[in-house]
Design a protein around this ligand. Structure first.
Ligand SMILES: *Cc1c(COP(=O)(O)O)cnc(C)c1O
Length: 332
């Protein structure tokens, strides 16, 4: 039995510390512990952000990382929006390449991959800085080999639509930061308990946004409808990649507000598909929505043809089976 996603780690990671003035030279250290003072800023005031990207083994054995530059850009932006010390993007890039290169042999074969988790956190030893940024910080690159997300035969998801609560504070939405996930936990636990839902699709004020850790796409015939980028939600690299592939396929992309009422109206058409996008699963189908205690099935409640097609097209690029015409892969 394979270990659960994200519970197995490579024994070493690249790490670098910011001392208030500059970043020290990155080192490769054991990944089984992190020396931190209990007063570290992150432990009290959540000054932390992270990234999630993957390295893929190609059929010829080469190892390539998917859209690394986009993840580094977002990592830099998250750091900035949390008033963490600025990262040096070139250094982060090199740390990722060095760490993956070190464990190249252990990158699983497709459909598995090496999940890469860059993390940045405030380390200043001060519990008096509730209203001040951490002047020091630490950045590391943790690796976790992962298997096929769909190997357990994961079926289409049950998704509760919540138009009353929200995932996180609206101005925090585009930051990939720990506190946002903690803030969505109790609603998700409640949705599991009460509705056996897998996820919550947050739709503040009736405007369909995203789930706890994935973006939302409605696929209606030749059109994809998804919320236009704003600061209230996470700008997924997978979302952008799938929209690019769909555009290349000749599909119409509508980035705009999608009211819950319109979503429920559109899925009455059994050809309509709904899916969640993110690095872990690429694109996972929604089979059922639950809204105000009523259930609505999407299509036949299973994986639809367009969802399947888009996911395999993106996987084919990642695995080196299709042309990388947008230059998304970096060789390690
Ligand atoms: C990471 C994440 C996503 C998906 O982003 P990708 O870059 O596609 O992996 C979507 N929503 C949230 C809240 C996330 O944390």
């Amino acid at each position: 039995m394979a270990k659960a996603f994200g519970t197995e780690f490579m024994p070493e990671m690249a790490i670098t510390w910011f001392d208030g003035d500059s970043w020290d030279t990155p080192e490769m250290v054991s990944s089984d512990s992190l020396p931190m003072h209990p007063a570290s800023h992150v432990l009290h005031y959540s000054s932390t952000c992270f990234e999630g990207l993957k390295a893929f083994r190609q059929e010829d054995g080469a190892i390539k990382i998917f859209r690394m530059d986009q993840n580094i850009k977002r990592f830099a932006q998250s750091s900035r929006l949390l008033a963490l010390p600025p990262i040096n993007e070139t250094t982060t890039r090199q740390m990722i390449l060095d760490t993956v290169a070190k464990f190249k042999d252990q990158v699983p074969n497709a459909p598995g991959s090496m999940y890469i988790r860059p993390t940045h956190m405030g380390t200043e030893q001060s519990i008096g800085k509730a209203a001040g940024p951490s002047s020091t910080s630490c950045q590391f690159i943790l690796l976790s080999p992962v298997g096929d997300y769909f190997s357990s035969g994961a079926s289409a998801l049950r998704v509760l639509i919540d138009d009353e609560g929200m995932r996180c504070a609206p101005h925090m939405g585009m930051i990939k930061s720990g506190g946002n996930y903690a803030s969505a936990l109790n609603p998700i636990l409640e949705a599991r308990e009460k509705y056996q839902a897998d996820q919550i699709l947050f739709a503040p004020n009736g405007d369909v946004q995203e789930t706890g850790a994935a973006n939302f796409l409605l696929i209606d015939g030749n059109e994809i409808i998804t919320k236009a980028l704003d600061e209230s939600f996470l700008h997924g690299v997978t979302r952008d990649s799938l929209l690019t592939i769909a555009r290349d396929n000749g599909m119409k992309i509508s980035e705009r507000e999608l009211p819950v009422t319109e979503l429920l109206e559109r899925i009455k058409d059994p050809r309509c598909e709904a899916a969640l996008s993110g690095t872990a699963a690429v694109l996972a189908p929604v089979g059922t929505f639950i809204y105000k205690d009523e259930e609505y099935s999407v299509g036949n409640g299973q994986l639809g043809p367009v969802t399947k097609q888009l996911r395999s097209q993106l996987n084919a690029i990642q695995w080196g089976q299709a042309e990388d015409k947008h230059d998304w892969l970096t060789t390690v």
